[in-house]
Design a protein. Sequence first.
Length: 380
Amino acid sequence: MKVILSIDPVRFPLTGIGRYTFELAKHLKEIAEVEELKFLSGYRFAHLPEPETATNVYSSNKLRQTVLKNTLTRELYSLVSPLLKQHALRGYKEHIYHGPNFYLPPFAGPTVCTFHDLSIFTWAHCHPPERVRYMRKEIALTLKRADILITDTETTRQEVAAYFSWPLDKIRAVPLACSDDFRPRNEPALNSVLNKHDLTMQGYSLYVGTIEPRKNLGVLLDAYVLLPLAVRQQWPLILIGYQGWRSEQLHARIEAAVSEGWARYLGFVEADELPLIYAGARVFVFPSLYEGFGLPVLEAMASGIPVVCSNASTLPEVAGEAAAMCEPQDVDTLSELINRALQDENWRELAVKKGLLQAAKFSWQRCATETAAVYKEVLA
């Protein structure tokens, strides 16, 4: 098989879809059936970037984001960009083209596209309006161009088929994985990073994700308030992630919790430090309303940390029986589960064992192998 993979989402520091694209690109190289693998970056073929060579990639993405905020330049970009990609792809119709991030340009050969979630349609109020308009328009074109779609979970596979009336037999669920950097670690291995952030081993609860409405952080803060003050102060809630959008009220509430001594917002944390902060946590909490996969839950389980999360959308599929789960809006139960995860040693020990077993089911090698199987299907 000859494959062209778009690496537009690969920008550092790697998060979400960028991590997926980067890991898929690396592991597809190891698949024997993929005899030729080319990477399209923007409008030209390129090598897969590594973190130390990522300056230009990051800068170009910042420029793209600036362009997309302006209505006129956004419309011009949406017209010109597919044409430039189409021009770059001329003469490659014997290749499979894979768009790993919702988008497909016009292409004469077979096409595969990955849809990670439908939040831009079903949770549009949680996204900036300009992003909603742009993505909906581009996704409509992708659905006309795609031969087969890939989703991160079976839950999303069913959702995409139902929402777009797309044939279920033309959608494949291929689960993601997390980096090998997320693993259990002993205290000496963590001390330097934990000290830098004024944290102690198993001395905090952890949330990782963008500060945005869909993550349901208002309910998390409500649930944490219900814990006894002594418990909150012994295990403060540490929040890590980008500032996000439509999050002014959430940040105000976080600041109030910080002033009361039971929460801290660290903002963005360097990629090499994040696995260590995971491994040092007492419990990981993730009450999200909607996820395409829920990678932070997998990262926490792989780190040997008990997980408390909502039972919404794809999270039960990722967490299996390893996490304590409840309805996303059930503040009382969420608070009870967090309290148990902090203090019940028997439950904690069992949750760690189940979590490590569940996390071991996911790997980037599996993701690449199953993606290559989709390529075979589209050729057939």
